[in-house]
Write a protein that binds this ligand. Structure first.
Ligand SMILES: N[C@@H](CCC(=O)N[C@@H](CS)C(=O)NCC(=O)O)C(=O)O
Length: 257
């Protein structure tokens, strides 16, 4: 969303390591193993946790990413990705050149349809992969994995017949929200989270085509992906992969168009 709206100069990004340690996500100051991990340019923090505690010394919740940080008030503005993308969609339009200000990924006439789609996609797909991967019993796993693949079947149905986008024949927030999970499916969730009833490349031709078109035809999507961070990150989750060894496949990370 940041790239699509041309917000790169207003909102710099700092990438933490995707190798989660006992104290959570670290900056390059304490963990520079993965290329692409950066230092915190504001406070040279060791971890994302330090930003949460700087914002509120009494904070006791989870230290999650993403974090939208306000340099002026020196605090966290938001840490919920679905809200951050809504903020990016309109909040900076006054400052943006017309070509970017006019981009609207949550247009009035499509909001109901987008919201309805977000609802089942979030619970069954975006969050569904986590429910599957972190299931603590066979029964919970089987329930979650079936729900996930039923929802992927539903998305496949929507994207059939060369449909370019999920809602309204134009790129919307719904595409972004499905894409961020589907792009990680083959390299991460399929193996590490046991989401392996099918992979995207051989099991979902319409989703695969849509995913590849967004990736290969749109720099905003492609440049937001770091395959190594995705793979090493998920496979470093000690709860599901104690050896932290990550697989070399699938090769390629994503198929050509
Ligand atoms: N509601 C948040 C959830 C974010 C979230 O759970 N992020 C994960 C990484 S994908 C995280 O930082 N987990 C760290 C933890 O739970 O300790 C959002 O979607 O923005």
């Amino acid at each position: 969303m940041r790239n699509l709206k041309g917000l790169q100069d207003f909102i710099p990004v700092t990438v933490a390591s995707s190798l989660k340690g006992p104290l959570g996500w670290a900056f390059a100051k304490v963990d520079s193993e993965l290329p692409g991990t950066e230092v915190d340019p504001l406070y040279d923090s060791e971890r994302v946790r330090d930003l949460y505690l700087r914002a509120d010394p009494n904070y006791t919740g989870r230290y999650t990413v993403p974090v939208l940080w306000d340099k002026k008030t020196q605090t966290i503005v938001n840490n919920e990705s679905s809200e951050i993308i809504r903020i990016f969609n309109t909040a900076f339009d006054d400052l943006l050149p017309e070509e970017y200000a006019k981009i609207d990924l949550y247009p009035k006439g499509l909001q109901t349809e987008i919201d309805q789609m977000n609802e089942w996609m979030y619970s069954d797909i975006n969050n569904g992969v986590y429910r599957t991967g972190f299931a603590g019993s066979q029964e919970t796993y089987e329930k979650a994995v079936k729900t996930l693949f039923d929802a992927l079947d539903r998305a496949e149905g929507i994207l059939q017949e060369e449909k370019e986008y999920l809602v309204g024949n134009r790129l919307t927030e719904a595409d972004i929200r499905l894409w961020v999970t589907v792009i990680r499916h083959d390299p991460a969730y399929h193996g590490n989270f046991k989401c392996n009833i099918k992979d995207i490349r051989s099991g979902y031709p319409a989703i695969n085509r849509w995913m590849k078109e967004l990736y290969w035809n749109n720099e905003a999507f492609r440049s937001s992906i770091d395959w190594h961070h995705i793979k090493a990150g998920y496979y470093s989750l000690i709860e599901v992969n104690p050896t932290r060894i990550y697989p070399l496949g699938p090769i390629p990370d994503i198929e050509p168009l």
